[in-house]
Design a protein around this ligand. Structure first.
Ligand SMILES: Cc1ncc(C[n+]2csc(CCOP(=O)(O)OP(=O)(O)O)c2C)c(N)n1
Length: 591
């Protein structure tokens, strides 16, 4: 048995488990552990970021793009506390991230050591991560570290993945013990969780009798690498497919059966087709209010009277937001294959309604996609970006208008080519997540499409791209404010507070291209539509990181809103907006 310090154990274990990268910021609370990565036996490359939140987002983007985990490693106290946003974002969307943070030395715990919170309970940080992680551990001996690490990997990678946190006290990082390092393969289950055959048969019966079946897919299809099985089933059933935010990419958007996306910023055909289903097959989706139009009957879904077959690897999701005719707990890949085998091939369906809705939508979209107006619509830069990007390029969407516009108007064709922080919709996520995506898939083009507000929350990570030659193209839609928020405020309140960037009552617009140049990134601002496509093409051709700032309109630049989202109207507004809100709210089905 080798005699190893806590830091050496972590570095060697990550190496043995095939982890290629870690990201973080050093501090006194983690330096003994980070030092372990300097030994010859460690093959993990450690990146330094400018904010610990970004380290976690970067690992999150890496997992979403490539399907394997990386680690985020931070110091004690504030360094550790800065991971919370990253963990929450990863937890909401069920992505695997390993966060390792330092902790007070055990012999000092509770004495109020530097950066320790102890007024309520000694070393209280680990409790902060409880609601934002799948599991967390506080290590108390060197000898238990190998065990804790294989438990952490087992937890984050199996079933419904999620972020995990391990706190390693400073003395444990430095102390040594005789330990055996474990083989991860023997700590993970083999194969995938298959469905109960009776449940599959019950679902097949319902599907065989369906007149208007529709499949709705969420991020679970992508996590389970189940796109081929999904496509085979959809084609056998001739069932249209709709996607949630995180399901985008699970089905090729140029396929005849692709109907669109669902929810408030879904598409008209996506919502209409899904709401018209007599049988809805949901795979790896949790029916958030955003995707389900706040459960308003007939807007995105009609369950009941439609019957729901719900496949999810997490039993907790079955029956949560809609009653399931058949609930199937299984990994999407075998479940869809078994279901396809059980259903067989059904008679051809008339898809003329779907074709007509899609044609109508394409016509409506064309006005914004091809618009030459300046400042630009949100959609025009997307059109030009799609033209210059390869089919398998990865788009990472920021929060706000770009997130909805990408969902609606940037078609993708393969799993893991559309990344969005759907569930938590965190500003600050997209820049580091795009960097992580490029690390995971250096062979692919990666574009980060983002608003100025979101960009400015983690803009400093441009420096990570430059220091490490990571060629992400950042397409920054600069509308001088949080304009999606202003749009919502105006819709409900007819006025707004904050949201615009202003100085003495005039518009305040950050010179994003100059900021990019400040970090050493090739940066341009584009103000005319003729320049868009060439500028984007040049950005990819440069082979380095690039910022393309596009000046977008403050008004009418957002995505369409074909669905419904429940945001309450203040009681002092007593006009038709209040009546309309309550009328629509009365149509919501919460069960
Ligand atoms: C960390 C965080 N804070 C606040 C919000 C609420 N929010 C959602 S979108 C948005 C504005 C985004 O601004 P920008 O990136 O400029 O895009 P725009 O809305 O202008 O298209 C805000 C404040 C959020 N999602 N995340």
């Amino acid at each position: 048995m080798p005699r190893l310090t806590g830091g050496e154990i972590v570095a060697r274990t990550l190496t043995n488990y095939g982890v290629e990268y870690a990201a973080g910021i050093p501090g006194h609370g983690i330096w003994s552990l980070l030092d372990g990565f300097l030994q010859d036996e460690s093959a993990v490359r450690v990146f330094q970021v400018f904010h610990e939140q970004s380290a976690v987002h970067l690992a999150d983007g890496y997992y979403r793009a490539g399907g394997t985990p990386m680690a985020a490693i931070t110091s004690i106290g504030p360094g550790a506390a800065n991971t919370v946003m990253g963990l929450a974002t990863a937890f909401a969307d069920s992505t695997a991230v390993l966060a390792i943070t330092g902790g007070p030395a055990l012999h000092m715990k509770g004495h109020g050591t530097m950066q320790e919170l102890e007024r309520y309970r000694a070393n209280d940080f680990p409790r902060v991560v409880e609601p934002v992680t799948k599991r967390h551990w506080e290590v108390s001996t060197v000898a238990e570290l190998p065990f804790v690490l294989h438990r952490a990997f087992n937890s984050m990678l199996t079933g419904r993945p999620g972020p995990v946190h391990v706190e390693v006290p400073m003395d444990i990082q430095a102390a040594a013990d005789d330990v055996a390092l474990h083989d991860l393969e023997r700590r993970l289950p083999r194969g995938r969780l298959h469905a109960d055959p009776d449940a599959v048969e019950a679902a097949a019966r319902v599907l065989r009798d369906a007149r208007r079946p529709v499949i709705v897919i969420g991020g679970g299809v992508i996590t389970a690498d189940a796109a081929p099985q999904l496509r085979a089933l959809a084609e056998a059933l001739e069932a249209p497919v709709v996607t949630t935010w995180n399901g985008k990419g699970g089905f090729p958007e140029d396929h005849r059966l692709f109907a669109g996306s669902v929810g408030q910023t879904g598409t008209i055909p996506g919502n209409a087709i899904a709401a018209g289903a007599d049988v809805l097959l949901a795979v790896g989706c949790r029916f958030t209010d955003w995707s389900a139009s706040s459960y308003r009957k007939g807007v995105s879904f009609s369950v009941p009277p439609g019957k729901l077959i719900h496949i999810d690897v997490d039993p907790h999701e079955i029956g949560k937001n809609y009653p399931a005719e058949v609930g199937i707990v299984a990994d999407a890949q075998p479940a869809l294959a078994d279901l396809a085998a059980a259903v067989g091939t059904v008679a051809e369906r008339d898809l003329s309604e779907l074709d007509a809705l899609k044609a109508e939508w394409a016509e409506q979209e064309a006005t914004r996609l091809h618009s030459e107006q300046t400042p630009f619509t949100s959609q025009r830069p997307l059109r030009d970006l799609r033209r210059v990007m390869e089919r398998d390029g990865i788009v990472v969407a920021g929060s706000g208008n770009t997130q909805g516009a990408v969902k609606q108007s940037f078609p993708v064709y393969e799993p893991r080519t559309h990344l969005t922080s759907g569930g938590y919709s965190s500003m600050g996520w997209a820049v580091p997540a795009a960097i992580g995506a490029k690390l995971a898939r250096p062979d692919r083009q990666v574009a980060c499409v983002i608003g100025d507000g979101d960009f400015l929350q983690t803009v400093q990570e441009l420096g990570v791209c430059v220091q490490n030659d990571i060629p992400v193209v950042f397409v920054v839609q600069n509308n001088a404010g949080y304009m999606s928020i202003r749009g919502g405020q105006r819709k409900i309140m007819d006025r707004h507070i904050l949201s615009e960037f202003a100085r003495n009552g005039s518009e305040y617009r950050v010179d994003v291209a100059a900021v990019g140049r400040g970090f050493g990134v090739d940066s341009v601002r584009v103000d005319s539509s003729d320049e868009l496509e060439p500028a984007l093409a040049r950005a990819f051709a440069s082979g380095g990181p690039a910022v393309v700032e596009v000046t977008t309109a403050r008004d009418a630049a957002g995505p369409w809103v074909p669905g419904w989202w429940d945001f309450p109207v203040p009681a002092y507004i007593t006009d038709e907006r209040q009546d309309e809100y309550w009328a629509q709210r009365a149509e919501e089905q919460h069960q």
